[in-house]
Write a protein that binds this ligand. Sequence first.
Ligand code: NAP
Length: 184
Amino acid sequence: MSSLQIQIHGYAIVSDDDRIADSDGATPKSLRNDADWAYFQSELDRADIVALGRLGHEANANIKRRRRLILSSAARGLEQRDDAWWWNPAKTPWRDVTAKLLPNGGRVAVPGGQAVFDLFLTIGYDAFHLSRAGGVRLARGRSLFAACGRGLSADSVLSDAGLNPDGPQIIDAAAHVTLNVWRK
Ligand SMILES: NC(=O)c1ccc[n+]([C@@H]2O[C@H](COP(=O)([O-])OP(=O)(O)OC[C@H]3O[C@@H](n4cnc5c(N)ncnc54)[C@H](OP(=O)(O)O)[C@@H]3O)[C@@H](O)[C@H]2O)c1
């Protein structure tokens, strides 16, 4: 556990060239996989709060009524709305968010997108659950981290962030999907 007993876990499925979405900003079918989805959902069930970008929040109805923290530059700081907590990191520091929302510590799940993944790189991941759809390439698509769009691999970004891989495990052999959990 890191300080304040907060654990931060990132989750993404990427193409071979470390993209999370295509050039239109949409997630293609080639990055959708039932085994990965089942794993992701089971992990979200273990989280005390799910931190995601406004677009992801608007695109994915909160059917399971999970506790969400929505990142948006339109939030006044940290504010509670009918649908979720909303947070603008430029106005309220992370330590104030955790003090308010997770006073006894807990687990934060981070499902992206890119700017959210980048922000939590600076805060610090305890683990990053990186699935990969082998054989898929999405040239000019949206990269996992901004640095991947500048030529760095996701693996090198995670390694530079102080994480080490468990090693890839096959979660869907027919679809060539692997999961590698990187840990502090
Ligand atoms: N393959 C995967 O694992 C994966 C993971 C995540 C997303 N995706 C895909 O990627 C696409 C959407 O991702 P996205 O990156 O475009 O959108 P997103 O992260 O869901 O939402 C972006 C919005 O979040 C807010 N935001 C993010 N970081 C912020 C920060 N540091 N400070 C303030 N506001 C912040 C901004 O909202 P405001 O405009 O309100 O300021 C920004 O416009 C979708 O197709 C989605 O399905 C795929």
